[in-house]
Design a protein around this ligand. Structure first.
Ligand SMILES: [Ca+2]
Ligand SMILES: [Ca+2]
Ligand SMILES: [Ca+2]
Length: 274
């Protein structure tokens, strides 16, 4: 439908009304708090955004082909200097993906679950590769969107195309509600092993995947700022149940409640990814 442009005085009045409306809305509604998790401070750092848990991980070795081998291996590699983005697909030349066998479609049936304090989560691990300098070593994950898709080999060149594809359903959004525009700051070498060790474990509530069929694909889109050096790569995490639901053959001390108590979980993940 073609819109008839408003005369200038009506446009100004409309803008004025919009400004007043926005001000009133700002007074009446609580501000949407952006969450920024800093995983560079210690190996015990962690936090929660829109229900997902983000923790420092030190799984190793994390070299491509070894990283996450027990859980299906690397499914996405992204590499550009500055701002970079990509999502896993078996199509070539998409966004800032590195093409090749390590960027590929991922079937939902191949993913694992872990139990954290009585709730099930789908785990993913990220390994970043950055410059070994004070300024270069950090990288910020600005976006993380996880979709199901009834078709594989998607080749949209922008995130709008991916979101708008009738085959995809958004399951998780780092920038969604209730937390709003959020981010996670990472250090490629927090534990001193560079790109040979993973950097972050991400745990998405299993309930977000409700209704996804085993033969559907899972599409993980992520974008980063402050990127340099080599590629960032994603792999599924290993299967649970894990502490505190299953103490395993080498019981760990009972974790305290809350995210900080989950470091024991990461120790188990590290063991299972060797
Ligand atoms: Ca960097
Ligand atoms: Ca964001
Ligand atoms: Ca990099």
């Amino acid at each position: 439908m073609k819109m008839t442009p408003k005369p200038p005085h009506k446009r100004a009045a409309a803008k004025y009304a919009l400004a007043i409306g926005c001000t009133l809305f700002g007074w009446l509604s609580p501000p949407v708090e952006a969450v920024s998790i800093d995983l560079t401070t210690s190996i015990n750092a962690g936090g929660e955004i829109n229900g997902a848990i983000f923790l420092v991980d030190n799984s190793q070795p994390a070299g491509t082909g070894i990283f996450g081998r027990d859980a299906g291996g690397v499914f996405l590699r992204i590499q550009v200097t500055g701002t970079e983005q990509g999502y896993n697909t078996s199509a070539n030349g998409v966004m800032d993906n590195k093409t090749g066998p390590f960027t590929r479609d991922l079937l939902y049936s191949t993913l694992n679950t872990v139990s954290i304090e009585g709730s099930l989560y789908v785990p993913f691990l990220l390994d970043t590769n950055e410059m070994n300098t004070v300024e270069g070593r950090t990288i910020t994950m600005e976006s993380l969107k996880i979709f199901s898709s009834t078709t594989g080999g998607l080749s949209h060149g922008d995130i709008g195309g991916l979101e708008g594809d009738a085959a995809t359903t958004l399951l998780y959004d780092l920038d969604g509600t209730p937390d709003g525009d959020s981010s996670v700051l990472l250090d490629y070498d927090l534990i001193g092993r560079g790109s040979g060790a993973a950097d972050m474990g991400v745990f998405i509530p299993l309930i977000n995947f409700a209704g996804v069929e085993d033969d559907e694909y899972i599409v993980l889109y992520s974008s980063f700022s402050g990127a340099d050096a080599g590629f960032e790569e994603w792999t599924p995490g290993a299967q649970g149940p894990l502490p505190p639901d299953d103490p395993g053959p080498n019981p760990l001390p009972e974790p305290s409640t809350g995210v900080m108590g989950l470091i024991g979980l990461m120790l188990i993940l590290r063991r299972r990814n060797r």
